[in-house]
Design a protein around this ligand. Sequence first.
Ligand code: NAD
Length: 400
Amino acid sequence: MAKVVCVLYEDPASGYPPPQARAGIPTIERYPDGQSTPTPSSIDFTPGELLGSVSGALGLRSFLEAAGHELVVTSDKDGADSVFERELADADVVISQPFWPAYLTADRISRAPQLKLAITAGIGSDHVDLQAAIDADITVAEVTYCNSISVAEHIVMMVLALVRNYIPSYQVVVDGGWNIADCVSRGYDLEGMQVGTVGAGRIGTAAMKRLKPFDVGLHYFDRHPLDPDVAADLEVTRHDTVESLVEACDVVTINCPLHPETERLFDARLLGRMRRGAYLINTARGKICDEDAVAEACASGQLAGYAGDVWFPQPAPADHPWRSMPHHGMTPHVSGTTLSAQARYAAGVREILECWLSDTPIRDEYLIVAGGSLAGAGAHSYSAGNVTAGSEDAARFRAD
Ligand code: NAD
């Protein structure tokens, strides 16, 4: 029998379950490239429920416990005396969401001798030291595509929010004011701007498709070329270097994974190559940007705005500079954990567990590490190595 340790974010402060704003969610059977949404044998939840917090347990409890497995669910993930650290010692499987990542560092892996499978309930497995997972022959899998469209929608929202100065204008209303000049003195149309994505995979491509009707020019930088038909439909320009892309764009959106090649890619040097007054939207991973360099660029006007939902570490400490820098549109890490996305990744986690427990292959597209090397989506989109250094700082959120 297996021991499964599942780290999820805390329940709503107002209690669980929260009232539901809508009766349900649309049923989606295929992603835009034809890949099927998750196909577990069955599910024990109603799509649209809150599944990603502790009491939701990703809808896994009855499935695992009926089969005699042990399921531990906790939000207590940071620090040496955390429940996660304690339960890891004899865990076979760890499940974690990128929104509230249980950092699986080499040190933690070395103290989890039974660990065989790390599942990311979502997309983006950089919270796992992938090099250590490769060395320890731990399989790392994520639910590829489960929330790519959720994030693409969020990117469109954030691009428009920054360019049109939405958030400060909303605040004027909340504050009882009506000063139109204050609202519009930083407000522009998106039409005619040049928009580029670093990473043109599932999210980057979906974001470009959604932005094209705004009559913008599109650009991308990726290690892989786009399908020629997709590139022709989007009328998109491919750049050979990230510098070339940022120099050509008014709006840049980051959509590559965090791995050793992309760690702190957007540092003071690259930000300095951007057009003055450009907007930067990062829903990929916080550590792809240098946090102080971004804050300085927002303060100096080099960036007209920065928005995103990803930070490093997570949760971000109270004194993280992105909480207080000017012209930002930051939220906690929410874009990929809408109720719609949760239904897909909860089903995907169950699919992965069913495969692993019955010793049948996990879909290749879900694999990041398998058999001691990068595999599947991991081989396509990552490079081996470790980007978890500094993650222990997440414990400061509670200590502060
Ligand atoms: P994907 O694998 O479909 O696309 C990633 C693309 O990045 C690939 O085309 C890959 O070739 C490219 N890439 C990798 N390294 C690169 C490099 N050094 N330079 C340029 N391009 C590079 O994945 P996706 O579904 O589009 O997701 C991308 C990332 O977005 C995830 O890895 C994750 O970090 C992040 N994400 C965030 C959220 C959220 O809630 N904010 C949700 C899902 C995914």
